[in-house]
Write a protein of this length. Structure first.
Length: 518
C-alpha cells in the first residue's frame, strides 16, 4: 500500500488527485506573483482559467483577466473581475509535472489532514472527503456520456448511493445511444457536482444477443434477455387509485408520491408504493420483473441533512464509517431500508419481500430487473408490491417476462485510452478493479475510447458500461453534533422521513435534476 500524508498548511490542503505534490503556503502562493498558469474552481462549482501575468492576489482576493469555462454545448466566456480566496475550493497549476494541485480551505471550515492515495502509484487507501460550503446544491455521482457519431448523450449516474469507501460497489448500465465510429466507441466520464469521485474500474461490455430480445443486466452483472413484455392487468397505489396508465409505457409520465396530499406526517404514512397484478403463466417458475424509473432529489437532501446534523463531528463520523464495520453496517442498513425500492410477492396470504432495487439517481431513468421465484404462488394472478419511502422514487414503466434467459456472447473491453482535461492518459487506472482509483473533483473529466469488438453474425449488439467506485459529497456541517437525532434516524424506521419532510417541502424547488437522457 503506497500512501502519502498531507499536512494542513494555513489554508491549503492537497487533494488526492495530484501526481507530484508540492505544498504551498499562502505566502509562497503570493510570492509566485501570478507567474504560473492556473485553473480555479469555486465553491459553487464554477471554473476559471488564468494565464501567467494576467492575474494577481490582492487583499485575500484573486483578480485578473481570464476565461470562465463551461461544458458543451455552452461556450466559454471571457472573465474580468475578482474572486475571494475564501470562495475558492481548488487551484491547479497549468504547468503539471505531471500535476500540482491544492485545495483551499480559507473561509470554508476545512479541517482535514488525511491519508491520500496516489492515483499514479496504486494507492489502496482513500482520503476523507474535502468538506466545503455547498449550500443547497445537489450532489450526484459520476456521469457517463456516450457518443452516437454526432453528439453526446447522458446515459448513466453510475454507482449511485456509494457515498463512502465502505459502500463501494459495481454498477452495470445499458448505453442506449452508443454507436461505434470508425472502429471505436467513445464515452465521456464527468464529475459534474461538488464531490470527489473515485472510479476503480470502467469497462465496456459488448453483448451480442438474439433478435427479438433486449438486454437488462442485474446488479451482479448477469445479462438477462427480455422478450416481448407482459404488462400488468391492474396497478393501484396505496390509496386504491389506478396507476395503470402511469406505468404502461416509457413516456416520462411517472407514478410518484403526491406530497401535497395530507397524512404523510403519520408514522403509518412514511411509505408509499404500488400493487400490481399480472396474469400468471403456470408453466413458468420464474418471473423477470422489469422496473423503469429513477429517484427524486429527496435522497440527496436526506443525505446532506444527516451529515449536517453531525455538525463539527462530521469528519470524525466519516472516519468512523470507514474504519468501524459495525457503524458502516448500520449506515448501510439505513440506506437500504429508506432508500431502495423494495419488491414483495403475495404468497400464502401475506406479502413476502424478495429483493430490493438500488437507487439510480435523479438524472437518468434506468431499467432494473428483479428475478422472482413464483413457483409457490397460487391462482391465476401474480401480485407484486413495490414500496419505498414517500417522495423518493418515480416509476415510469413496469412489466414482466416469463421466458427463460437465452444464451448471449459478451466481450469485456478495457479502455484503449482515457484522456483527462490535462491531456494525460489515465486508462491504466480504469482497466481493472485493483484499488488504483481515477480520482476527480468537480468539473474534471476523461474522454475514453474503446476498440470495437467483432460482432457475432445474426445477432443484435447492446453495450453495457461496467463500473466500480464510490464518491464523497462536499457537505456543509457546522456547530455541535445532534447525536440523539442522528441515532433515531438510523435506528427508527420512518423517523427521518417525518422529521425532514417539512424541510424538504420548503427546499425542494432548489434541487433541480438534469433531464432524462432517454
Amino acid at each position: 500500500m503506497k500512501i502519502t500524508s498531507c499536512t494542513l498548511v494555513i489554508s491549503f490542503l492537497f487533494y488526492q488527485g495530484c501526481y507530484d505534490t508540492t505544498t504551498l503556503t499562502r505566502q509562497e502562493f503570493v510570492v509566485e506573483g501570478g507567474q504560473i498558469d492556473i485553473s480555479v474552481l469555486t465553491n459553487e462549482g464554477k471554473r476559471y482559467e488564468f494565464e501567467e501575468g494576467k492575474y494577481q492576489i490582492v487583499n485575500d482576493s484573486l483578480s485578473g483577466v481570464g476565461i470562465q469555462k463551461f461544458r458543451s454545448p455552452l461556450s466559454d466566456r471571457r472573465f474580468t473581475g475578482t474572486i475571494s480566496l475564501a470562495n475558492i475550493t481548488l487551484i491547479e497549476t497549468k504547468e503539471l509535472n505531471p500535476a500540482k494541485s491544492v485545495l483551499l480551505a480559507g473561509g470554508i471550515g476545512l479541517a482535514v489532514a488525511g491519508i491520500i492515495a496516489l492515483t499514479n502509484g496504486g494507492g489502496e487507501s482513500s482520503p476523507p472527503p474535502p468538506p466545503t460550503n455547498s449550500g443547497g446544491t445537489k450532489m450526484s455521482c459520476p456521469f457517463i456520456y456516450t457518443f452516437d457519431g454526432s453528439k453526446y448523450h447522458l446515459e448513466s449516474e453510475t454507482f449511485a448511493g456509494a457515498v463512502l469507501k465502505g459502500l463501494e460497489r459495481p454498477a452495470y448500465d445499458v448505453l442506449h445511444h452508443l454507436k461505434p465510429v470508425n472502429g471505436t466507441c467513445r464515452l465521456n466520464l464527468v464529475n459534474a457536482r461538488q464531490e470527489t469521485e473515485y472510479v476503480n474500474e470502467l469497462k465496456l461490455i459488448a453483448v451480442d444477443h438474439p433478435t427479438g430480445t433486449i438486454i437488462i443486466p442485474d446488479g451482479r452483472g448477469m445479462m438477462h434477455t427480455i422478450r416481448p413484455p407482459v404488462f400488468p392487468t391492474n396497478c393501484a397505489d396505496y390509496n386504491g387509485r389506478s396507476m395503470l396508465k402511469e406505468v404502461a409505457a416509457k413516456d416520462n409520465w411517472y407514478w410518484e408520491t403526491d406530497l401535497n396530499a395530507s397524512g404523510w406526517t403519520d408514522s403509518s404514512n412514511t411509505r408509499e408504493g404500488l400493487i400490481l397484478e399480472f396474469a400468471g403463466q403456470h408453466q413458468s417458475k420464474t418471473m423477470k420483473l422489469v422496473v423503469s424509473g429513477k429517484n427524486t432529489d429527496l435522497g440527496y437532501f436526506a443525505l446532506a441533512a444527516i451529515f449536517q446534523l453531525k455538525g463539527d463531528q462530521k469528519l470524525a463520523w466519516q472516519t468512523q464509517l470507514e474504519t468501524n464495520p459495525a457503524e458502516c453496517a448500520k449506515f448501510r442498513r439505513w440506506l437500504m431500508r429508506e432508500g431502495m425500492l423494495h419488491v414483495s410477492l403475495w404468497q400464502n396470504g401475506k406479502w413476502m419481500e424478495k429483493t430490493a432495487l438500488m437507487d439510480v439517481g435523479p438524472g437518468v431513468r434506468k431499467d432494473q430487473v428483479a428475478v422472482l421465484d413464483v413457483s409457490e404462488t397460487t391462482g391465476s394472478t401474480i401480485r407484486i408490491k413495490l414500496e419505498s419511502t414517500i417522495g423518493l422514487w418515480r416509476v415510469d414503466q413496469v412489466y414482466a417476462d416469463y421466458s427463460p434467459d437465452t444464451s448471449v456472447r459478451t466481450s469485456e473491453l478495457s479502455p484503449k485510452r482515457a484522456i483527462n482535461e490535462h491531456g494525460q492518459d489515465v486508462a491504466n487506472l480504469l482497466a481493472a478493479s485493483d484499488e488504483k482509483y481515477y480520482t476527480t473533483v468537480s468539473d474534471q473529466f476523461a474522454d475514453i475510447v474503446f476498440d470495437e469488438a467483432p460482432r457475432l453474425p445474426g445477432t443484435l449488439r447492446t453495450y453495457v458500461a461496467k463500473t466500480r467506485g464510490f464518491y464523497y459529497q462536499w457537505l456543509e456541517s457546522k456547530g455541535r453534533a445532534n447525536e440523539p437525532t442522528v441515532r433515531r434516524i438510523l435506528d427508527e424506521p420512518g423517523f427521518g422521513t417525518r422529521m425532514l419532510m417539512p424541510q424538504w417541502l420548503k427546499q425542494r424547488a432548489q434541487y433541480q435534476s438534469v433531464s432524462d437522457a432517454h
